[in-house]
Design a protein around this ligand. Structure first.
Ligand code: AMP
Ligand code: ZN
Length: 469
């Protein structure tokens, strides 16, 4: 693969990428807030990050990929104001916030696996890195960039001349409360200032001792503290969804660079949103964790789709283009996967059967590599692969596309009754899950999947479906 070029949000252009040390890419991706299932919009972002990870591997580098798990609970707006999501879920589900977080973290990691996403090297939990967050806030305090109110410790954006450079924000003229925040803290000096540590929230269940009294961290500080812990002061690439540019990522830069005086990330790579037609009216709206257009991997499986069909669908749109989801588009993706399956049946991997001669094959590989290296142009790569009609070529790129094409099995024609053996395995697995013996449950899942079935976990037990492709 030739040189990799990535669109860098910070410089607003495509730039050639190489890791700073020439060998290992230090990649940080903002992870999920684990108070609910991830929807397929969130997962589109993790899928694009996985495509990036796999492309970097193909380019010959090692990838140290860190993704945080936000289990502290943060507020319902990016600005860390409003209601606490984890508390809301705890009340809704009558479980402790710790149980809620662990349950949805497990569900999230399972979804990543089903979508063929390479598990990040480290998935640190915010609740286990509070000491590092406190240490970082103390560094900022020592540099005089914080102030205290009745609500907690704030980052003073007026003291950071670079504040807002990622989003090209010009915040100087803003008036406190301009973002329509509810209950604006009267002690807050500027609307862009943000909380590093909350005090004075006795109703919040998760609390830790700190130099400022008992309380809990703001959301933004966790990404700065954990990325520095695992990857050092300067990341090669920081990823996230575009919604994070103006607040969350902007604040990560402010905190980190104010503490270390070195660049926080060399490249910022952001993925566009998945939109879905809401039942509330015409047009497409973004998929959100609240709202009735909430589709999970579980729902895809319940409707008989293979999760990898969704992975494929995401790769047919460029990661920087908005994508509209429809069931019809997922049907088309399933059909496209079946075509690859048929190619395997017809042509297999024998060089003699391949429609491309060795020179054509090498040219096609180079052209597809160029597409991927050009800011991850997967739609073009996929078009070239279909055009070539070579199973060997699909196989060559399967490490990047992650479609697991060796394991694709024939699309199901009709629903089949569960055999005694499958039903027994499913029953045992449900029991193991209820008793929280997750290792055993995972082992039983593997057995079921080996038989060509997929397991979905619903509220009242599991569902088992034949693999579609
Ligand atoms: P959250 O769990 O809300 O912090 O979101 C996790 C990730 O999903 C973040 O990187 C968001 O930018 C991303 N995200 C949220 N909604 C969407 C969407 N509709 N399409 C694509 N990415 C999204
Ligand atoms: Zn983050």
């Amino acid at each position: 693969m030739g040189s990799v070029r990535l669109y860098n949000t910070l410089t607003r252009r495509k730039e050639e990428f190489t890791p700073a040390d020439g060998k290992t890419v230090r990649l940080y991706c903002c992870g999920p807030t684990v108070y609910n299932f991830a929807h397929i919009g969130n997962l589109r972002t993790y899928l694009f990050e996985d495509l990036l990870h796999r492309t970097l591997l193909r380019a010959g580098w090692r990838v140290e990929h860190v993704m945080n798990i936000t289990d502290v609970g943060h507020m319902t707006s990016d600005a860390d104001t409003g209601e606490d999501k984890m508390m809301k879920a705890a009340i809704r589900e009558q479980r402790s916030p710790w149980e809620i977080a662990r349950f949805y973290e497990d569900a999230f990691l399972r979804d990543l696996g089903r979508l063929g996403i390479i598990k990040p090297s480290v998935t640190p939990r915010a609740t286990e890195h509070v000491a590092q967050m406190i240490a970082l806030i103390e560094r900022l305090e020592a540099r005089g960039i914080t102030y205290r109110t009745d609500e907690g410790i704030y980052f003073d954006t007026a003291r950071d001349p670079d504040y807002g450079k990622l989003a090209d924000l010009h915040v100087a003229g803003q008036i406190a409360g301009a973002r329509e925040e509810v209950n604006v803290d009267p002690g807050k000096r500027h609307p862009a200032d943000f909380i590093l540590w909350f005090t004075n929230k006795p109703n919040h269940i998760m609390q830790w001792d700190s130099p400022w009294g008992r309380g809990y961290p703001g959301w933004h500080i966790e990404c700065s503290a954990m990325s520095m812990t695992y990857l050092g002061n300067t990341l090669d690439i920081h990823c996230g969804g575009i919604d994070h540019i103006p607040v969350h990522n902007t604040n990560e830069i402010a905190q980190s660079e104010s503490a270390t005086s070195v660049p926080f990330a060399r490249f910022w790579v952001h993925g566009a949103f998945l939109n879905v037609k809401g039942s509330g009216g015409p047009g497409h709206a973004k998929m959100a964790k609240s709202g009735d257009n909430f589709i999970t991997v579980e729902r895809l499986i319940e409707r008989g789709y293979h999760p990898l069909a969704y992975r494929y669908l995401c790769m047919t749109a460029h990661y920087r283009s908005e994508m509209a989801f429809s069931w019809a588009s997922l049907d088309a993706a399933t059909k496209a996967l079946s075509r690859i399956y048929e190619l395997r049946g017809r042509l297999g991997e024998r060089v003699a059967d391949d429609p491309l001669n060795p020179a054509q094959f090498a040219d096609a590989v180079a052209e597809i590599d160029d597409a991927l290296a050009d800011d991850l142009n997967a739609p073009r790569a996929i078009a070239l692969l279909h055009e070539a009609g070579s199973y060997r070529l699909w196989k060559e790129f399967d490490r990047v596309l992650g479609l697991d094409i060796d394991k694709l099995s024939r699309p199901a024609r009709e629903e089949e009754p569960l055999t005694e053996q499958l039903a027994g395995l499913a029953r045992k697995r449900d029991e193991a899950r209820r008793a929280r013996r997750f290792d055993e449950a995972d082992r039983l899942r593997d057995e079921i999947e080996k038989l060509g079935y997929l397991v979905g976990d619903g509220v009242d037990g599991s569902t088992i479906r034949r693999r579609l492709v």
